[in-house]
Design a protein. Structure first.
Length: 133
């Protein structure tokens, strides 16, 4: 049921991505909340939904969703299994070199987002560790 609601949220984002930016932002924030709620149900052995999100939201305007993905991964009890997924690593490599990656850095460095910075740092350390192995 959560996946169905997340799919509706994805549809709303895609239907509004060229329209009013405020409406798009609201849909992205709703999706963000849904993803964070879905975190505990994410199966590290079946990352098809995560793969779907990565493939749909690869454009620069979705930088907040990128941040949310890393937050979801870091909050998961099996985050090391998820972060070792090749698609997740490839996504990070591509996203971190994009022009809007600076928005992610600005967001995690806001005073009220210390938890985001810690979550992101945890994910980044796991990616780096996996890349060394």
């Amino acid at each position: 049921e959560i996946l169905d609601l997340l799919d509706v949220s994805i549809d709303l984002i895609l239907a509004n991505n060229n329209k009013n930016k405020i409406i798009l932002e609201q849909h992205i924030q709703t999706f963000r909340i849904g993803l964070l709620s879905y975190c505990k149900f994410l199966n590290p052995n079946d990352l098809s939904f995560l793969d779907k999100v990565i493939s749909i939201f690869h454009e620069n305007q979705y930088w907040l969703i990128w941040l949310t993905l890393f937050e979801v991964i870091s909050l998961h009890s099996d985050s090391s299994l998820i972060i070792s997924n090749k698609k997740v690593i490839d996504f990070y490599k591509k996203a971190s070199l994009s022009a809007t990656w600076s928005n992610v850095i600005k967001e995690i460095n806001k005073d009220n987002n210390l938890y985001l910075k810690e979550s992101f740092q945890t994910s980044l350390e796991q990616i780096m560790k996996k890349g060394i192995e």
